[in-house]
Design a protein around this ligand. Structure first.
Ligand code: GLN
Length: 243
């Protein structure tokens, strides 16, 4: 058991961005902390809420309409989020939320949405919708795969110091061309993997929890192992699943 450790999680605009079970990511983070005796302060952030510093920020996916509503609210707080990123806070954005981490998202119809430039990337809507299972090979996790489900028309292009989460083995990922999926920059992570992502990728959930603990306490942590027999069986059953 981790003695009386604590992390804080801010769930950004869940009333607007929470698609395809993205709430499962929050449930996984909280349960995997609770199972280790780590306390979680969980705050749901709504429009016009006063923002306070948290160790981890989560934002889910959504259709273009919800993204338009959230983009303005995020942009109002851009400087706050940039400062949090540079102070080591962990960010996890899924699909629509991930797209708003970049400089902009240009939907197929309608105005270009300004992002908060947490990452040097941009997204433009393509004509084709990518829908299906995805397997990603990573170079920073063990096991070295991530699995999930994508459903997006946005095509995301990474620039500058942005690294992808990994290389697409099956599926399309960021744009269906450069074989990248998601993004890693400082402690900012974005991905197109819905499903939800973390229940089927417990190793990534623990990686994020360790980063959040490091943000909170200023030192490295190596979490005690949990019995992930079922989670890993599920993960392995999806690796390479046909698109
Ligand atoms: N509206 C965005 C797109 O279609 C994001 C969709 C989502 O969050 N699943 O690319």
């Amino acid at each position: 058991m981790e003695d009386s450790l604590e992390i804080s999680i801010a769930h950004l605009y869940p009333k607007h961005l929470n698609l395809y079970g993205d709430l499962g990511n929050i449930i996984t983070l909280i349960k995997r902390c609770e199972w280790r005796g780590i306390n979680v302060v969980y705050d749901k952030i709504d429009f016009n809420d006063k923002l306070a510093s948290h160790d981890l920020y989560f934002i889910g996916g959504g259709q273009d309409k919800q993204q338009q509503e959230v983009a303005g609210e995020l942009y109002k707080n851009k400087e706050f989020f940039l400062k949090e990123r540079d102070n080591g806070a962990v960010f996890l954005g899924i699909c629509g939320g991930y797209q708003l981490f970049g400089h902009y998202y240009q939907p197929f119809d309608g105005e270009k949405l300004k992002g908060i430039s947490l990452i040097d990337a941009y997204t433009v809507a393509g004509k084709k919708r990518f829908i299906g299972n995805v397997t990603v090979k990573t170079d920073f996790l063990y096991p070295d795969t991530l699995v999930g489900f994508e459903n997006h028309s946005g095509l995301t292009y990474l620039q500058g110091d942005c690294k992808p989460l990994g290389t697409v083995v099956t599926g399309n990922g960021n744009n269906g061309v450069d074989r990248t999926e998601g993004v890693r920059y400082k402690n900012v992570f974005g991905t197109y993997l819905h499903g939800s992502l973390l229940p089927k990728n417990p190793h990534f959930a623990d990686y994020l929890i360790e980063l959040a603990l490091k943000k909170h306490y200023g030192r490295d942590f190596s979490l005690q192992k949990l019995d992930d027999t079922i989670e890993i069986k599920t993960h392995e059953s999806l690796v390479g699943k046909a698109y």
